[in-house]
Design a protein around this ligand. Sequence first.
Ligand code: NAP
Length: 281
Amino acid sequence: MKRRTFIALAGAFAALKALRLRAAEAGHDASPVIALFGATARSGREIIRQGLERGCIIKGFARTPSKLGIEHENLTLFKGDIYERHTIDPVLEGHEVVVSMIGAPAPEDPSAEIGPVDIYSVMGENLIAAMKQKGNTRLIMASSTGVEHRMDIDSPKPPPGDLTERWRWLARRLYHDMWRMEEMIASSGLDYMLLRPGFMVEEPARHNLKFNTTGNTPGARVITYEDFAAFILDNLNGGDYWNRALGMYSDTVMDPAAEIEKFLARQKAAQEAAAQEPKSR
Ligand SMILES: NC(=O)c1ccc[n+]([C@@H]2O[C@H](COP(=O)([O-])OP(=O)(O)OC[C@H]3O[C@@H](n4cnc5c(N)ncnc54)[C@H](OP(=O)(O)O)[C@@H]3O)[C@@H](O)[C@H]2O)c1
């Protein structure tokens, strides 16, 4: 082979390799592996549904993986509890985008004061430590608009009447703990998105999300889980919303009394369904 031909071929080969590498990197970035904590959360399920439709590879973490009821070649489930650090470690290999939808359960009695809460701050501590150990750099965490409207722990009980104001007081410990988690994540050195959604409903997407980064997101606004999940999947790779706390809301105002009614009706239906199930011996 002539020297000039050899040099031309070697050059073409090197260019092809560089192109392949860029394509591989772009491919990796276009569809990063998601490590999803809170796979059985309503939002987690929606992320899984839409993520699998988009061809994402998902590692789901849940206390009871069998509750999810979804099997797919691109979905691997891990059993664990966010309070137990050793159950988090096996999920991470260093390259995943970590997404957490874990949260305190809704109170059984929506009119009762929520007691001490530490799940968010413990989760923040455990996830940050596990990510740093494994080399993961990107964390998307569900928080809440309620963080921006939180009351001090020592605030006096508001007079009866305004249900939104009452909820701020009842849930003040929960939002305080969420805020502590946000502070940890923002100062962790990781790349992060702290998502502060309004009230989420299991209804079809409305494509009406609005965003606020100034800390005064309008309160008591309704968004759908579908829109919330789609936003997360659209922004896995970085962009303007990263390294911020992001209020997510819509122009639809929540009616607290109607939502409490719906919640109680759902709770009653779930209890009746559980009572119908055959008892295991
Ligand atoms: N829903 C809303 O309107 C709303 C509004 C603003 C912010 N948020 C926040 O957004 C996040 C997601 O909301 P969501 O409505 O999708 O949540 P959700 O349906 O209430 O689910 C909460 C999830 O957390 C999991 N979990 C609780 N304790 C855990 C533990 N110790 N270890 C592992 N997993 C645990 C639950 O697992 P199990 O299935 O095992 O119970 C469940 O998967 C939460 O942080 C919530 O506070 C929600």
